[in-house]
Design a protein around this ligand. Structure first.
Ligand code: SF4
Ligand code: ZN
Length: 314
């Protein structure tokens, strides 16, 4: 098969675009999709500082590299979840990557913040992934605001976005549907949130990471067994196979026709936000959800009889 652009030997087939590219033209295609996303949704204005959430996986590291190559002022943020089986390895990959490319990095350690994920799993009565997601979003936003970043970028790709949109649509969850999109404006104490990889599939991001020699953290989180969306992603892979381009058509169609209607509904129902009395993050209650989690964990740790003799309870 020949490269669509330069007719050299193609190395990377792209079924969803009914085409294939050589290495150089694939890189140009990848950059073009990121630039298109940024331009179309006014994601980054000239001179703005961008904080990039780095988990150590292929998506976040590819995003960081590409934004840096495009000349944006980027700093990475890694949240060390404090999971002994996976967090040290993930952190090492992120630190190694940033060092290699000369990129700035901030690290938040949940152990130091009193909220390591194993304790959340043990002491908080809710699905660990939902609490973990909430804690990570809280820290991304908090660091962005306290350190003067106007933009917060995450590595969500097209497959992530379509799977999430599909799940929200199956439930007709108006609140989540109004809040989904590749660029959420800064408001109510939240930094602007952007997803510049939203036009690229998981496969395309994996190709980019591989071609650029990015050393990624690929081991799954030990708590990921019940991670949602896996089934939906499989379903969409089948659909994409029979109808190439179905994913981006579904997502673009939502942005054009569905989202504006849900955004209107949400505006009418929105609650006023004020700073959390404990950490200053915006919340509709006196104390934000993450501070409430931290207080619950501290209380239950202190009362945990299995920690009394070990001296960890504090
Ligand atoms: Fe957090 Fe769940 Fe992801 Fe593990 S799988 S990092 S617990 S959200
Ligand atoms: Zn708080």
């Amino acid at each position: 098969m020949k490269c669509r652009k330069c007719k050299a030997q193609a190395e990377i087939p792209l079924p969803s675009h009914n085409t294939a590219f050589c290495r150089e033209c694939f890189s140009a295609f990848f950059t073009g999709q990121v630039e298109k996303a940024i331009r179309r949704h006014h994601m980054i204005e000239p001179g703005e500082r961008v904080l990039v959430a780095l988990s150590g996986g292929k998506d976040s590291l590819s995003l960081m590299l590409e934004l840096a190559r495009l000349g944006h002022d980027v700093t990475g943020l890694h949240v060390d979840l404090g999971i002994p089986a996976s967090s040290p390895a993930a952190r090492a990959k992120v630190q190694g990557f940033c060092q290699r490319h000369g990129l700035d990095l901030r690290v938040v350690e949940l152990e130091k913040e009193g909220l390591p994920i194993p304790d959340v799993k043990r002491y908080v009565n809710r699905p660990v992934c939902s609490a973990c997601g909430k804690i990570k979003r809280h820290w991304f936003n908090r660091v962005a605001l306290t350190e003067g970043f106007q933009v917060l970028a995450t590595g969500h790709n097209l497959d992530d976005e379509v799977a999430r949109l599909f799940a929200n649509t199956l439930r007709w969850d108006a609140s989540y549907l109004s809040d989904q999109g590749p660029c959420l404006p800064a408001e109510n104490g939240f930094a602007r949130k952007i997803k510049p990889l939203y036009r690229l599939t998981e496969y395309e991001t994996a190709c980019y990471a591989f071609l650029n020699g990015i050393d990624i953290h690929a081991a799954p989180c030990p708590y990921s067994g019940k991670a949602s969306f896996t089934g939906h992603k499989r379903l969409w892979a089948d659909l994409e196979h029979t109808s190439p381009g179905a994913k981006i058509a579904f997502y673009d169609g939502f942005l054009k026709n569905g989202r504006p209607a849900f955004a209107r509904l949400e505006q009418e129902a929105g609650l006023p936000l004020a700073p959390c009395a404990r950490c200053g993050s915006p919340t509709s209650a006196e104390i934000c959800g993450v501070c409430r989690l931290a207080l619950t964990v501290a209380e239950r740790r202190a009362a945990d009889p299995s920690l009394q003799s070990g001296g960890h309870a504090g």
